[in-house]
Write a protein that binds this ligand. Structure first.
Ligand SMILES: NC(=O)c1ccc[n+]([C@@H]2O[C@H](COP(=O)([O-])OP(=O)(O)OC[C@H]3O[C@@H](n4cnc5c(N)ncnc54)[C@H](OP(=O)(O)O)[C@@H]3O)[C@@H](O)[C@H]2O)c1
Length: 349
């Protein structure tokens, strides 16, 4: 059903955090959406703009508790909540309205694999029967018919988009993939921690989650869709950059055949020809080429010496890696033009 001739009621659950406020920033410029409710359990009663001063005079709505919202009057809900919390709300609300969950609670194939990687009991296993992995470039048709979308993780977004065409075209050997990923500190959420403390991040750079980061399995499951027996093993190492937003991923994989670089570019351009937010670049992208926008910029190089394909992809973790991808999913779920509300040109410098 197309809702373009009616106002779309949207509510953001968890609007005191980074991705929740970023969804608000994007929806403000959406021609059909009205932000009805924004919630916070710890700041309920305050104005949204008190917590987020850039919104003064733009969005001064009071923050409410999630339980106060009349869910049945909402056309779409964004759950911008930690994993483990989203599943509780999805259990109560699934089937009553369309839900886009930004957490990792429904991204994987089922509760067993979830519990193994997240070390947490899943309280709504039935949700996996409804959830669609919300990557528009790969699952657009399924998203259009979904009422529960699991918005992808930030690192998986840049990694999967960078590698899917190569695997689909049988260009690379799946078991040789190495993903070297770097993120700004907003990827860790709004709450301060020792890891994100200024003096631990500033003029510093480090790897973390080596060999066991949760995004590893998300990347493997999605890339597995392009591999024989759905099996793909990747070596994934994330790093923390001393910047606030942005993800840059460099991946390496052994080529499965000799192929000229221009043919690889052609293959990628064809794979993404109808996708408005993928830009195949002639030079390696930098974080500021995509900052504040919903673009994923991808660059390719064939190393004739090592016989490897090198892919560099860049996104803004809060936009393409979270809020922008969520709004893109909303547009598809509601039968709207995909790009509505997402026309931001990247901010450089
Ligand atoms: N940051 C990124 O770049 C990024 C990218 C992709 C996906 N994600 C995922 O998106 C989700 C949100 O991330 P974020 O960075 O926006 O996190 P965040 O900045 O820490 O915000 C989390 C929000 O959840 C709310 N919350 C926490 N515990 C709650 C509870 N028990 N009940 C209700 N609300 C609760 C908090 O609100 P109150 O404490 O005010 O109630 C806050 O508004 C996470 O699952 C994250 O993994 C994040």
């Amino acid at each position: 059903m197309s809702l373009t001739n009616k106002k779309i009621n949207a509510s953001i659950i968890g609007a005191s955090g980074y991705t929740g406020s970023e969804i608000a920033r994007l929806l403000i410029n959406h021609p059909f959406v009205s932000i009805e409710h924004i919630t916070s359990e710890s700041h309920a009663g305050k104005a949204f703009s008190d917590l987020h001063p850039p919104f003064v005079g733009i969005l001064d709505l009071p923050l409410e508790r999630a339980e106060e919202i009349d869910i049945d009057k909402q056309d779409v809900l964004f759950l911008a909540l930690p994993h483990g919390v989203s599943m509780e709300y999805a259990r109560q609300w699934q089937g009553r309205t369309k839900i886009i969950d930004l957490s990792g609670d429904f991204r994987l194939t089922g509760p067993v694999v979830y519990e193994h990687w997240y070390k947490k009991r899943h309280v709504y296993a039935g949700g996996f029967d409804h959830a669609v992995y919300g990557m528009p470039e790969l699952h657009g048709n399924a998203i259009a018919n979904a009422d529960l979308v699991a918005n992808p993780g930030c690192y998986p977004t840049a990694s999967i988009l960078g590698l899917a065409p190569a695997l689909a075209g049988k260009l690379i050997q799946a078991h040789t993939i190495i993903i070297d990923a770097k993120s700004g500190t907003t990827g860790a959420g709004v709450k301060a921690s020792e890891t994100t403390h200024f003096s631990n991040v500033n003029e510093n750079f480090r790897a973390y989650g080596i060999g066991n980061h949760r995004h590893t399995i998300e990347i493997e499951e999605q890339l597995g869709l392009f591999c024989e027996g759905n099996r793909c093993l990747v070596q994934f190492t994330p790093h923390l950059l001393p910047v606030d937003r942005g993800i840059l991923v460099t991946t390496y994989a052994a080529l499965s055949k000799d192929i000229p670089e221009d043919q690889v570019f052609e293959m990628y351009r064809k794979f993404y020809q109808d996708q408005p937010f993928i830009r195949i670049r002639k030079e390696a992208p930098s974080l500021k080429d995509v900052r504040g926008s919903n673009y994923c910029d991808i660059y390719l190089q064939v190393d004739d010496r090592t016989k490897r394909l090198i892919v560099v992809s860049a996104i803004d973790n809060l936009v393409k890696g979270a809020a922008g991808q969520a709004v893109h999913n909303m547009n598809i779920m509601l039968g709207l033009e995909q790009t509505l509300g997402l026309g931001q040109v990247p901010m450089k410098p």
